[in-house]
Structures are given as structure tokens and as C-alpha cells.
Design a protein around this ligand. Structure first.
Ligand code: SF4
Length: 385
């Protein structure tokens, strides 16, 4: 755990909060509900908690001109300011006022662990002391970051280290977006793609995930195209349906991993609540309403879900679905009895699916040697100096 001199970890009581805000005649009640959430860490409001629109509401409630919100948002999310003094296009008196009322949330980078294939696993410590992991994945045509959306995960997929480490809490939008901008700054590159495939299930924290998408997409922020962001879910139909109405055209991937409920329930206990047919029905609706292609992710396990029968069932299942299939050889984790597929087993499964005229790819998982591959991220106790 880390102790910080300027972040009180005790949540201020709501009475104190209200007294704080309403003692200032310029902060209205409307802003209070937005702010309350982020006040668990400090009595000063974290300006990174807001999308640009939210920041505009806050700034105008101070009686400042709206364009000040644009300037501040740009300092925070494009120029990576970590203190108000550097915001040089704001007059001194504005900076002083910002400093008095607000703070800029920060995550601590505890470790950067490079893998042989060029990817880098990042271990972050959040303001309340918990740890999360993200992965930077450079390729010739893209530089991606795989972000976490929760500390741990409540879904307990059998093959996943994150699920085994339990669930601690949801991440806030700024904590999700900050993984990307921090990695961008430290790697000295422009991040082109973001995949929401790290620790946690995005659909169980969808408000914050979508808010982070807005921040990442903002042209005064990281300005990452919505089509270059992919949300990956274990298959929660309500979340899939909600995404239909989200205005930005982000991509959707679903981790299916089996074509029969018996096998899928063994791998992913969430399947008992949302069996395959419900997930596929939600996907059909999503495709019909958005006309976007979805990705079916399929982690392959030796002798379990790579049989001919399972392949034929999978083909039938997705026959009418506008989708591509992404096959991922399993990355072994400690304490899990499942094995990665043999090379020829993998190839014959791949060939079988190709006969169905779907786009099928085998994804090489990145960063396996440093446990940064799919399903290998976990929240672990961090020792921080
Ligand atoms: S695979 Fe995804 S949904 Fe399943 S336990 Fe791991 S992080 Fe959670």
C-alpha cells in the first residue's frame, strides 16, 4: 500500500461534501452528482473524472467561459499535464483557482516488463493502493494498448488468472483512459488502437467504459478513432444491447470459446446465466441494428473445444451472423489443468472453420513470457517503494 501526502483515503461524508460545494454559490446541484463519485479519494475534485462535456458544465458553473473547459481538457488528456502550473494559456488567477479547488488524478507506474516480442506489460498502482495491469503491443501497422476495466473480475472463467484473483472494484473512466495516455507518454509513440480485453468484464462497468471511450476519442484528447477501439465481453446480452445505442462506432468482440453449453459452462460459469443462444441472439440484434461486423473470440484448449463436432456446431451457430472468428491458443496459467492445443489440432480446427467461408484468424497472444497474454493478467499485491 502506498501512503500519499495529499490524498486522504477517507471518503468525506456526504454532509461535508454538500457543505463544501454549496458554500460556493457558483457550483450548482447538477454538478454535485457527477462529482460525488470521484470524491472517495480526496476532498478536491479530480478534473480527469470528466468528459469534455462534463468539464464544460463544471467550468461554466464556476462562471468561467466554456472554452476554458476545452483548454483544460486538452492540457489533461492531450498534453498530459500533471499539474496546473504548466497550463500556460490560462491566466495565473485561473490556475490558482484550479489548484485551490481541484486536483489531477494520477496512477503510479510500478513496473514496465518488456517481453521478447516487443510488447510491454505495465503494472499500475491506483490512488487507493490497488494494482492493475495493461499491455502495450507494438506491431508494424498499429500500436495497441490492452486496458483493464476492473480490479480483478467477478466472472471466474476457469482459464483466466484475473478471474482467479477475485474482484476488488470497478475502474473509473479516467483510470481506464489514463492507462492509454500514460503508456503513450512513456513509450513515446502515438497509440492507434485500444482493446478493452485486460482485467475485468467491460459490460459490468459499462458506464465508465463508455465514458473512457468518449475521453479517448475526443479530438482535444488522445483522439483515437472509435473504430479502433474494441470492447470484448464474456457475453452479457444486456450490455451488447446497450452498445447498440452508443453513438460512437466502436467494435465488439465476444469471447465464445465453445459451441455447446456444457463445455462453455465449464470454461465460463457466466454461461449458466446467459447460455450461448441468448448471447448469439443479442449479437444478431446488434448486427441488425448497427450493421457492424462482430468478432467471435475462441480460446482453444487441447482436446476440449477443438474437436470436429464442436467445430461443426460453431459453424452452424454463427452461420447467419456477420462475424469473423479469432482463434487464440490458450496461455497456460498456474493452477489450471487445461492445456494449449497441439499445433496440428489447432490447424485442423482452423481449416474446418475456413470451409464455412468465414474470416478466420489465429491470434498469436502477445507477451506470454511475461504473463501479459490473454487471460494471464491479474491483480496482485504490489510492493511499492
Ligand atoms: S476471461 Fe475476462 S471475463 Fe473471464 S474471468 Fe478473465 S477477465 Fe473476467
Amino acid at each position: 500500500m502506498v501512503s500519499s501526502s495529499h490524498h486522504s483515503l477517507d471518503p468525506p461524508s456526504s454532509t461535508i461534501l454538500e457543505a463544501y460545494f454549496f458554500s460556493s454559490p457558483r457550483i450548482g446541484k447538477g454538478s454535485l452528482s457527477i462529482l460525488r463519485k470521484d470524491l472517495m479519494i480526496s476532498s478536491r475534485i479530480n478534473l480527469k473524472s470528466f468528459t469534455r462535456e462534463g468539464l464544460k458544465d463544471l467550468i461554466t458553473s464556476l462562471g468561467w467561459k466554456t472554452y476554458r473547459a476545452d483548454q483544460i481538457f486538452q492540457w489533461l488528456w492531450q498534453k498530459g499535464s500533471i499539474e496546473f502550473d504548466g497550463m500556460t494559456n490560462l491566466a495565473q488567477r485561473y490556475r490558482a483557482e484550479l489548484k485551490r479547488r481541484f486536483r489531477i488524478g494520477q496512477m503510479k507506474v510500478c513496473k514496465q516488463i518488456p517481453a521478447q516480442d516487443g510488447s510491454v506489460k505495465y503494472l499500475f498502482q491506483l490512488e487507493d493502493g490497488v494494482g492493475i495491469e495493461s499491455v502495450y503491443m507494438p506491431e508494424p501497422s498499429r500500436r495497441s494498448v490492452c486496458v483493464s476495466v476492473q480490479v480483478g473480475c467477478p466472472l471466474h472463467c476457469h482459464f483466466c488468472a484475473t478471474g482467479r484473483s477475485g474482484f476488488i472494484r470497478n475502474l473509473r473512466a479516467w483510470e481506464i483512459a489514463d492507462q492509454v495516455v500514460t503508456i503513450q507518454r512513456l513509450e513515446g509513440v502515438r497509440i492507434s488502437h485500444v482493446v478493452f480485453m485486460g482485467m475485468g468484464e467491460p459490460m459490468l462497468n459499462l458506464d465508465e467504459v463508455l465514458k473512457s471511450v468518449e475521453i479517448l476519442n475526443d479530438d482535444l484528447g488522445p483522439n483515437i478513432g472509435a473504430r479502433r477501439m474494441t470492447i470484448s465481453t464474456a457475453g452479457i446480452p444486456e450490455g451488447i444491447i446497450r452498445l447498440i445505442h452508443f453513438p460512437l462506432p466502436i467494435k465488439l468482440a465476444v469471447s465464445l470459446n465453445a459451441a455447446t453449453d456444457r463445455i462453455r459452462s465449464l470454461l465460463m460459469p457466466i454461461n449458466r446465466r446467459y447460455p450461448i443462444r441468448k448471447v448469439i441472439a443479442a449479437l444478431h440484434r446488434y448486427v441488425a441494428m448497427t450493421n457492424r461486423m462482430v468478432t467471435i473470440e475462441y480460446v482453444m484448449f487441447q482436446g476440449l473445444n477443438t474437436t470436429k463436432e464442436e467445430g461443426l456446431r460453431l459453424i452452424r451457430l454463427v452461420k447467419k451472423l456477420k462475424c469473423k472468428i479469432n482463434l487464440i491458443p490458450y496461455n497456460p496459467i498456474d493452477g489450471c489443468d487445461l492445456l494449449p492445443p497441439e499445433e496440428d489440432e489447432m490447424m485442423s480446427f482452423y481449416e474446418l472453420l475456413r470451409t464455412a467461408h468465414k474470416t478466420v484468424t489465429i491470434r498469436k497472444s502477445r507477451g506470454k513470457d511475461v504473463e501479459a497474454g490473454c487471460g494471464q493478467l491479474r491483480s496482485r499485491p504490489l510492493s511499492v517503494s
